[in-house]
Design a protein around this ligand. Structure first.
Ligand code: CTP
Ligand code: ZN
Length: 154
C-alpha cells in the first residue's frame, strides 16, 4: 500500500479508488461525473500529501467498478489520475488514463447561443488534442473551446 496516504483515508474492501487527482479538482470530478449519486459509501481525501505531486485529491467509491470508458472521461479533468479496482482489499487492476474521443452529457457548452441551452439534448463534444493543448468541439454549434474554459463552467 502507498506511502502517500497510508492511514489518511481508510482502505476499502471492494470498489474503485481514483487516485492522484490534482489537488482542488476532486470536488469537481465528483460533481461533474455525479460520483456521489449512489447509495454506496464514498470517501474523499483532499489536499493529501503526495510524493509525486505535492498535494493530491482522492476519491474512493465502495462496490462500484469504474469502467475504462468512464475512467478515460476523467482524464479531461485529471489526466494523471489512476483508477484502481479493489477486490477483497487487493488492487486487481490499475488503469492509467488516456483521453477519450468524445465526452457526452458532462460539460455544458460555453456558447450561450448553442441549441443545447434551449433544447433538451445531451451535450456532446469531440476531444481534439493538438500540440499539448486540448480542445473540445461542440457537436451542435461546432465551436471549439479550450479544455479549461469548458471544464471550469460548472
Ligand atoms: N487502496 C484502498 N483500499 C485498498 C487497497 C488500496 O483504498 N484495499 C488505495 C490506496 O490507498 C491507494 C490506491 O488504492 O490510494 C492504490 O493502491 P496501491 O496501488 O497499493 O498504491 P500505490 O502503489 O501507491 O499506487 P500508485 O503507484 O498508483 O501511486
Ligand atoms: Zn455548442
Amino acid at each position: 500500500m502507498t506511502k502517500d496516504n497510508k492511514l489518511q483515508v481508510e482502505a476499502i474492501k471492494n470498489g474503485s479508488v481514483i487516485d492522484h487527482i490534482p489537488a482542488h479538482s476532486g470536488i469537481k470530478v465528483l460533481r461533474l461525473f455525479q460520483l456521489h449519486q449512489t447509495q454506496n459509501r464514498v470517501t474523499i481525501g483532499l489536499n493529501l500529501p503526495s510524493s509525486v505531486q505535492g498535494l493530491k485529491d482522492l476519491i474512493k467509491i465502495e462496490n462500484v467498478f469504474i469502467d475504462e470508458e468512464l475512467a478515460n472521461q476523467l482524464a479531461l479533468l485529471a489526466p494523471n489520475a489512476t483508477v484502481n479496482r479493489i477486490e477483497d482489499y487487493e488492487v486487481t487492476k490499475k488503469l492509467t488514463l488516456s483521453l477519450p474521443q468524445k465526452v457526452n452529457r458532462v460539460f455544458q457548452c460555453p456558447n450561450s447561443n448553442c441549441i443545447t441551452h434551449s433544447e433538451p439534448v445531451d451535450t456532446s463534444f469531440a476531444v481534439i488534442a493538438k500540440n499539448d493543448s486540448i480542445k473540445l468541439k461542440c457537436k451542435y454549434c461546432e465551436k471549439a473551446f479550450s479544455r479549461e474554459s469548458v471544464a471550469e463552467r460548472r
